[in-house]
Write a protein that binds this ligand. Structure first.
Ligand SMILES: Nc1ncnc2c1ncn2[C@@H]1O[C@H](COP(=O)(O)OP(=O)(O)OP(=O)(O)O)[C@@H](O)[C@H]1O
Length: 210
């Protein structure tokens, strides 16, 4: 895959006092590449994803998005980058379908694309039969798929995911891996922290921490 890296870390390091949260890490992901971030518990995967989201400051090195320092406060980066790293706020009194539509509408506006993208991601994540339910009427795994739908309905060029396999059975992990692979083939760059071998197998590249 060619092209300028869409996200890159260069010696990215996070320390707190004497504790190292993230040892110096260097890699880059180009458009259309699906990369995973692996390593044992506590090796720094979430810390690195948070550095790209501006919620964890680097002690040394850099994290960049399309050549600019990672900073989601910049409107351009907010459009570029979608993530499921921190829990997504969920409205208790709106159906799954209404919430996915709302996020889609905030990016695509009052256009046919809003409905098309919302319906597509709901269908691809196997949520069609549950779309008119409220969040308290679905299981933990179904809520995880819903959070992924809220993330993947956005028109992002880069997607950061922290353990998307949470609460999912093998069949749903496969659904997610297939969807991420397809999105990558259409140009989206992914960085996915995971402990799931099926997701690692689907990746084009790997950053191993620890
Ligand atoms: N506020 C904090 N103060 C001190 N150490 C912290 C703090 N937050 C996280 N850590 C440490 O930073 C290290 C990296 O944590 P991180 O959550 O990035 O790991 P991870 O690779 O995502 O782990 P897991 O696979 O368990 O999700 C861990 O050793 C953790 O104990």
């Amino acid at each position: 895959m060619t092209g300028v890296p869409v996200i890159a870390a260069d010696g990215a390091t996070v320390t707190l006092g004497d504790t190292t949260l993230l040892a110096p890490t260097t890699f880059s992901v180009r458009p259309g590449e699906l990369w995973c971030l692996t390593g044992s518990n506590g090796s720094g995967k979430t810390t690195l994803l948070r550095a790209f989201l501006g919620s964890r400051s680097l002690s040394a090195g850099s994290c960049s998005v399309k050549g600019e320092p990672a900073d989601p406060a910049r409107p351009r980066q907010r459009r570029l980058l979608a993530s499921l790293v921190e829990p997504i706020p969920i409205a208790r009194d709106m159906t799954l379908h209404e919430q996915v539509m709302l996020v889609a509408a905030s990016w695509y506006g009052n256009t046919p694309e809003t409905g098309e993208h919302a319906e597509a991601v709901i269908e691809r994540l196997g949520l069609s039969a549950l779309a008119e339910r409220f969040p308290h009427q679905v299981s933990s795994g179904q809520l995880q798929l819903f959070s992924l739908a809220l993330t993947l309905v956005r028109p992002a060029e880069v997607v950061l995911l922290d353990e998307p396999e949470r609460h999912l059975d093998a069949h749903r992990v496969h659904l997610v891996a297939t969807l991420l692979t397809e999105r990558a083939r259409n140009g989206t760059a992914f960085l996915v922290a995971t402990h799931e071998p099926a997701l690692v197998d689907a990746c084009d590249g790997r950053v191993e921490l620890g």
